[in-house]
Structure formats: structure tokens, C-alpha cells
Design a binder for this molecule. Structure first.
Ligand code: OGA
Ligand code: MN
Length: 289
């Protein structure tokens, strides 16, 4: 049976049906899924029941997996390829990822290997809410005027781990280690997708400034670009069900974990990260001004 693609929103997002991703998936189906993923930027599989090993094996069909050495505390025990995004206590301590993703971002933008894609699997969710929103950064780029396209083409976005959401609530010792592992790094503000060739904006709420410009000069433009990219008509909002696998392309999208739920209920997700190309250069920390 051929795979089916059901659009989820106008700007991005498609549900994929007609393939059992926990079973044996043919190379032809992987190619078809990859093609649908490049077109929709975010793809969703429903009712997936699988083990951590199956999650890793399916993810590996698309690309090598990141071992998450940039965020070593958040990995599932015994599975460095699986990041735990959870509000459940870990080793009797509050989870470090309980507030993860609460500002618009692309995964691992603060590293020298920004994530190519991510595959997030829901194992537990609150009765209502806990949604995730996605926006299309290729469309956001296309919709800019030619003059603005020229301006952003010359910019390097600096990503600062301090701007990752929830850092104030992280363990200070672990936070210091993360800052040391991930110093501020500059990446091109416009990136060309290494598989599809599509151009997309690469700037987010974790961008502190543009390299060579002051924060005062940079912030209005960062704010404009983020507001432009996250207009409601450029967004898909995912309402999770247990057993959903949501896969997004970090090269052409940003996402936001809304936190629109009662945190006394568990919300538990596991994520593989498809490793990206090496990119960027470390920049000295910059003060306000
Ligand atoms: C992530 C992330 C979003 C969410 O896993 O990269 O940002 O809704 N999570 O949990
Ligand atoms: Mn994320």
C-alpha cells in the first residue's frame, strides 16, 4: 500500500498514514517519507507503539543520530541517542527539561552541529494542552522583500545558551557546565538545506545579536524576523496524543512548547536528533550595548 499524506495546515505539516513504522519499512517507503517530510517540513505518525531501540532504528534510516553530548544530563539512561523531555522527576530531582522549548527555537542552534531534524515521541500527556507549535522558516524567508533578503543574507545569527528557556530554573552547577560546553556561536542567518537545497531563515528567540552588530542594533530586526516567521498563518499547532511521533526539520522550521497544561500531570516525551552538518564559529560573549 502506498503511503498517504494528509495536510495538517496550510503552511506546513502532514500526517503520514499507510506505513507501520514500528515494523519493517522498505527503502522505497523511507524515500517516500523523506520526500513528504521535505515538502511538509513537519510530519506526524499516529498510534506508534515501540521501544527505545525501535525509535532509534527508525530514526537512523534517515541520518546519523546525535549522542546529545551538548546536553549530557538530559539523556535517557543507557540511550545517549534519546533525549528525555519530561516534567517527571529524575533521580529524585526536578527534571532539567521540565520547561524545555518554551521559546521559539530550532534544536541545537547553540552548538557547532545544529540539529538537522528531530523525532519526538509522546508516551504520556496531560488531559488537555501541552501543545507544540511549528512555523515554516522557508516560507518566512520567501515572503521577505528582495531588499530584506539581501540584508539577512549578509548576517550571522549568534546563539546564546543563556537564552534557552527555563535556564533560571535549571540546576546552577549543571547550567555552568552547559554554558562551558556551548559558548556563544554564530551561524548564517540564511541557510541552504543540505538535502533539498531550499533556503530558510535561521534566527530565533535564542539569537542574542548579529555578529559585528550591537544588541541595540540587532534586537529590533531579530524581533521583526521572529514575529514575521511566527504569524498564525505560518504555523501548525500540534495537539498531542500518546503514541504520536512528530518529526520536524530544524533547517526549515522553528518550534515552541506552549506549556499550556496543568503541570501536576505527567508529560513525557523521547527525542532522537538527526545529526546536522558542522557549522558556525564561536564568538566572544558580548555585553549589552
Ligand atoms: C524538543 C522540544 C517541544 C515540546 O524536544 O526539542 O522543544 O513540546 N520539545 O516538548
Ligand atoms: Mn526543541
Amino acid at each position: 500500500m502506498a503511503i498517504e499524506e494528509i495536510p495538517l495546515a496550510h503552511a506546513l505539516g502532514a500526517e503520514i498514514r499507510g506505513v507501520d513504522i514500528a515494523g519493517t519499512v522498505s527503502d522505497a517507503d523511507i524515500d517516500a517519507i523523506r520526500k513528504a517530510w521535505h515538502q511538509a517540513h513537519v510530519i506526524v505518525f499516529r498510534d506508534v507503539a515501540w521501544t527505545p531501540d525501535q525509535h532509534c532504528a527508525f530514526s537512523r534510516r534517515f541520518r546519523d543520530l546525535d549522542d546529545h553530548a551538548a546536553t549530557p544530563h538530559d539523556r535517557l539512561d543507557g540511550y545517549p541517542e534519546l533525549l528525555e523531555v519530561t516534567n517527571k522527576p529524575k533521580n529524585n530531582q526536578p527534571s532539567q527539561t521540565r520547561n524545555a522549548g518554551r521559546n521559539w527555537h530550532s534544536d541545537y542552534s547553540y552548538t557547532n552541529r545544529p540539529a538537522a531534524s528531530s523525532m519526538l515521541y509522546c508516551t504520556e500527556k496531560p488531559p488537555v494542552g501541552g501543545d507544540t507549535m511549528f512555523c515554516n522558516m522557508a516560507r518566512a524567508y520567501d515572503d521577505l522583500s528582495d531588499k530584506m533578503k539581501d540584508i539577512v543574507a549578509g548576517l550571522q545569527s549568534v546563539y546564546d545558551f543563556n537564552l534557552v528557556s527555563g535556564t533560571a530554573k535549571r540546576d546552577p552547577v549543571k547550567m555552568a557546565e552547559l554554558l562551558k560546553l556551548n559558548p556563544p556561536i554564530a551561524h548564517p542567518c540564511v541557510r541552504t538545506h543540505d538535502e533539498s537545497g531550499v533556503k530558510a531563515l535561521y534566527v530565533s528567540e535564542r539569537t542574542s545579536h548579529f555578529d559585528g552588530m550591537t544588541r541595540a542594533e540587532s534586537v529590533p530586526l531579530i524581533q521583526f524576523l521572529c514575529a514575521h516567521a511566527t504569524r498564525p498563518e505560518n504555523v501548525y499547532r500540534h495537539q498531542w496524543r500518546v503514541g504520536d511521533l512528530v518529526c520536524w526539520d530544524n533547517r526549515t522550521t522553528m518550534h515552541l512548547a506552549l506549556g499550556d497544561f496543568d503541570s501536576s500531570y505527567p508529560r513525557h516525551m523521547l527525542r532522537t536528533t538527526l545529526r546536522g552538518e558542522k557549522s558556525g564559529y564561536v564568538v566572544p560573549p558580548q555585553g549589552v550595548g
